[in-house]
Design a protein around this ligand. Structure first.
Ligand code: KMH
Ligand code: ZN
Length: 271
């Protein structure tokens, strides 16, 4: 079995410092949290930026500062979000791709997102994928609902993205696909065999789905974007604490954890 790639989703666009006081929000806080997660065993960091007031921003300059600060500390793969917040326009969302990062997310369909709608029309998907391809950015296909896998396959058929595909099943978002073992199995059985995949279980489904992915040969995403608790009612101290738990579970199950360079090899990323 391939080594386990752990992604740390540090900040997201929805969580506030009021909900999780240790949420990294400034470029310095995000870079330090990324470094802590790297030391704990993460090989990818999924980044959302915040402005000076702590609100989600997709500004190129802020992502640039974050990327440079992380890269000054360690060689973790920096994966900016192109999802942003539900109210960001497509052009706003696309800005961090101009930094030509090694990876970026590519959401492959529209879904309800709590009380909001997360909009990803065919036009958005093609525009994002086209620019990523031009700049040599490996897309991580974000799947919130089963039909999004087919949207990704359609993009691949049209030449906007290349095989083998790398999926992230984001399961348990209120309004989209629940985070049950059956849902994850259905997703895994629905992708081309040579694909790689990771799972981001939202809230209480984070750890059970992580354990499942470790057993099945998939990969794992954890972090405050997806879950702010360590256990029921107990806030996690840091993103690294959540990464450390995944590393412990993987070790107990005999699955080795990938370094960033090993993750690059598994995902076909040329540095
Ligand atoms: N914040 C969500 C609306 C991504 O990063 O690519 C979208 C999201 C997906 O977080
Ligand atoms: Zn995200």
């Amino acid at each position: 079995m391939q080594k386990l790639i752990i992604t740390a989703a540090l900040t997201g666009a929805e969580v506030t410092k009021e909900q999780q006081p240790n949420l990294p929000a400034t470029p310095d806080e995000i870079a330090e949290a990324a470094y802590e997660c790297y030391k704990a065993g993460a090989s990818i960091v999924h980044v959302h930026a915040r402005d000076d007031d702590g609100n989600p921003t997709q500004a190129y300059e802020v992502y640039k500062e974050i990327k440079e600060k992380i890269e000054a500390k360690c060689n973790i793969i920096v994966q900016p979000s192109t999802g942003g917040a539900v109210w960001h326009s497509a052009d706003e969302r696309l800005q961090p791709v101009e930094l030509a990062p090694e990876m970026a997310t590519l959401s492959c369909g529209t879904c309800n997102f709590g009380p909001d709608v997360f909009m990803n029309s065919q036009e958005y998907m093609e525009k994002f994928a086209k620019r990523m391809k031009e700049l040599g950015v490996k897309p991580e296909i974000e799947v919130f609902e089963r039909g999004m896998i087919n949207n990704a396959l359609r993009l691949a058929k049209k030449g906007f993205i290349d095989f083998p595909l790398h999926f992230d099943f984001v399961l348990g978002v209120p309004g989209a696909c629940p985070g049950t073992p059956e849902d994850l199995m259905h997703m895994v059985r629905s992708i081309p065999e040579e694909s790689t995949w990771t799972v981001a279980g939202i809230g209480r489904s984070e750890t059970p789905l992580a354990a499942m992915a470790i057993v099945l040969g998939g990969n794992v995403r954890v972090g405050f974007e997806d879950n702010i608790y360590y256990s029921k009612g107990v806030l996690a101290k840091s993103n690294a604490e959540l990464v450390e738990r995944v590393v412990r579970i993987a070790k107990e199950m005999g699955r080795e954890v990938a370094t960033p360079d090993e993750a690059r090899e598994i995902l076909g990323i040329k540095k």
